[in-house]
Design a protein around this ligand. Structure first.
Ligand code: HEM
Length: 123
């Protein structure tokens, strides 16, 4: 999606510290999520954490650069289903709710991530 005109979403997420807490909460929830944890068996979790922190910052209109690989490159070969995708989004919503992020800000971020769906789900 095109860049946001301002950093209001970044601020609503609590800036980089808030985004980092959401990413940490997401990673803990994935680790506990029997529906999808198997996909991450061989993943360098510290790298994933760093790239997610950057990506969510960029998508929220924050002052960051994403240095990871493209969504299609990264997720190809994992045979990620629509149900897997929905499970991860559920975990993300839980992580944001636990950080006290408003439903409006949650929905703004999810709207930014939703278009990536086609690059992540295996067809
Ligand atoms: C909106 C949804 C998603 C976003 C924004 C996202 C974002 C990312 C990012 C930024 C990375 C790191 C890229 C890099 O290392 O250069 C990554 C890696 C990864 N993602 Fe996703 N992802 C999403 C959905 C999913 C889903 C649904 C699954 C599976 C259930 C998944 C499984 C993985 C795995 C296994 C890796 C690590 C790949 C590896 O170890 O080489 N992702 N993702």
């Amino acid at each position: 999606p095109p860049p946001l005109p301002d950093d209001s979403l970044y601020q609503a997420l609590g800036g980089q510290p808030g985004i980092n807490r959401v990413v940490e909460g997401l990673l803990y929830r994935i680790a506990d999520d029997e529906r999808i944890v198997h996909h991450f068996a061989d993943t360098d979790i510290l790298r994933l954490q760093e790239k997610l922190q950057e990506q969510l910052c960029v998508e929220a209109g924050g002052p960051c650069e994403y240095t990871g690989d493209s969504m299609s490159e990264v997720h190809a070969g994992f045979a990620i289903t629509e149900a897997d995708f929905n499970a991860l989004v559920e975990d993300l919503i839980e992580a944001m709710t636990a950080e006290g992020i408003s439903v409006r800000a949650q929905n703004r971020l999810l709207q930014r991530l939703a278009p990536m769906r086609g690059d992540i789900i295996y067809r």
